[in-house]
Design a binder for this molecule. Structure first.
Ligand SMILES: NC(=O)c1ccc[n+]([C@@H]2O[C@H](COP(=O)([O-])OP(=O)(O)OC[C@H]3O[C@@H](n4cnc5c(N)ncnc54)[C@H](OP(=O)(O)O)[C@@H]3O)[C@@H](O)[C@H]2O)c1
Length: 385
């Protein structure tokens, strides 16, 4: 239903001479600063403007702390501005419920802000449309869907998690031009160059969890930490049916400093379990499916534990199971200008795969970017053929 304060997006943009989009772009930039620190909350940025002057900026900085709107308001007030008659640009519909902090709609109304420009709708049933409604009921002009696509893009993890209660899974691998992720000996250091590997650190910061199969742990003894400046380490998850993870592995040795969840089949050896737990490893017994951990059950449990997103770093056996289980939403493929060759060399997706070309998993391109000599291909999985 149209409200008297509704203004069509197009008319507003015309009147404002594209500035709405410019301020919203700035709000998106600010929102991204919260990456890695706000999960399972959304990334949100806000900019307050009056007569072409930016009065305050803010973003949601940390889970449980102030929302973007309140941070922007606080900064504007610290600088001595009254916010009467100003416009706030915010990437996501302002909240209208009491969560860990009071509703942002209250703050907006209380400060006399008269216009609210928003990018994404909040799918959270506690907010969804109600935030807009309350603002309009208080005579505030609300403009929605400004740079909606860009605003939606930064919160794919949040949207998926709020809708399904399960983590958004992004499968990441680095492969040679002939589609190998390791040589026939198992050696895979390194497939890509430094710049591409630097970008992986940004992904590790962005996703709350990182998941690998025991094959990768035994072959590479990885740390699975985040080596980005100012980054935070992801929760590490190993799919390890029979608890084969070595007590001397770097993952186990660091389990007290960086969380390590090892998922195994029910009835795993109690002695091994006890030994690993003493070293700080969290062990989850997950029901079996086709002789291995049921990845769907694992996702359910990770979601219950507030893990909203996972970077799946392989190897090929686990990747194929994850695709078969339908838990993968995104693929990051780093393509290196190298050829390993070898029928025995590992590929990103092993197992049996599909039987017919027409049964292939279908993907839709989101980005193609260059990192040094390597190329990153980013796709969303759109379903089966
Ligand atoms: N270039 C890259 O991007 C990249 C990334 C990662 C890995 N790699 C390379 O890939 C190789 C390892 O790959 P991999 O295929 O041998 O092993 P993997 O996929 O890392 O691990 C597979 C193992 O995980 C366990 N698992 C538990 N639940 C599972 C489930 N639901 N589905 C599938 N597996 C499950 C199984 O252990 P059990 O056998 O005990 O049942 C399975 O054998 C290494 O050479 C590594 O260097 C390369």
């Amino acid at each position: 239903m149209e409200h008297k304060n509704d203004t069509s997006h197009k008319e507003e943009l015309h009147a404002a001479g594209r500035t709405d989009e410019q301020y919203m772009r700035r709000a998106i930039e600010l929102a991204m600063r919260g990456s890695g620190h706000v999960n399972p909350n959304p990334l949100v940025g806000a900019v307050i403007v009056r007569d072409g002057k930016v009065l305050g900026e803010g973003w949601h900085e940390e889970y449980g702390k102030l929302h973007a709107e309140r941070n922007a308001i606080a900064h504007a007030k610290e600088a001595g501005y009254s916010l009467e008659g100003s416009t706030i640009y915010v990437t996501l519909e302002p909240c209208c419920h009491y969560g860990k902090t009071p509703p942002c709609t209250e703050a907006i109304i209380g400060e006399g802000i008269t216009r609210v420009v928003v990018g994404s709708d909040d799918p959270n049933p506690l907010v969804s449309g109600k935030g807009f409604q309350i603002l309009r009921e208080h005579g505030i002009s609300v403009v929605t869907h400004v740079l909606k696509e860009e605003c939606d893009a930064i919160n794919q993890v949040f949207f998926h998690y709020i809708r399904t209660g399960r983590p958004f899974v992004a499968m990441k691998y680095a492969m040679t031009l002939d589609g190998k992720i390791a040589c026939h000996t198992g050696d895979s250091r390194w497939v890509t160059g430094e710049e591409a590997r630097g970008h992986v650190q940004i992904l590790r910061n962005h996703y709350k969890g990182i998941m690998v199969g025991i094959g990768t742990v035994l072959a590479d003894d990885p740390m699975l930490n985040c080596r980005m400046e100012g980054g935070r380490n992801p929760v590490r998850i190993v799919c390890d049916d029979y608890l084969r993870i070595p007590a001397a592995s770097r993952l186990v040795q660091t389990a007290k400093d960086q969380p390590l969840i090892t998922a195994c089949l029910p009835g795993a050896d109690r002695e091994t379990m006890k030994l690993l737990e003493e070293k700080g490893v969290i062990i989850w017994e997950i029901p079996e499916k086709n002789g291995r951990i049921d990845l769907s059950c694992l996702m359910e449990k990770l979601g219950e534990n507030k893990i909203d997103g996972i970077l799946l770093e392989g190897g090929g056996t686990l990747n194929e199971s994850a695709l078969q289980a339908g838990i993968v939403s995104r693929v990051y493929c780093y393509l290196a200008p190298k050829i390993f060759g070898g029928a025995e060399a590992r590929t990103p997706v092993e197992g049996r795969g599909v039987s017919l070309a027409s049964e292939a998993w279908q993907l839709q391109e989101i980005h193609m970017r260059r990192f040094g000599k390597d190329i990153l291909l980013e796709y969303d999985i759109t379903g089966e053929a």
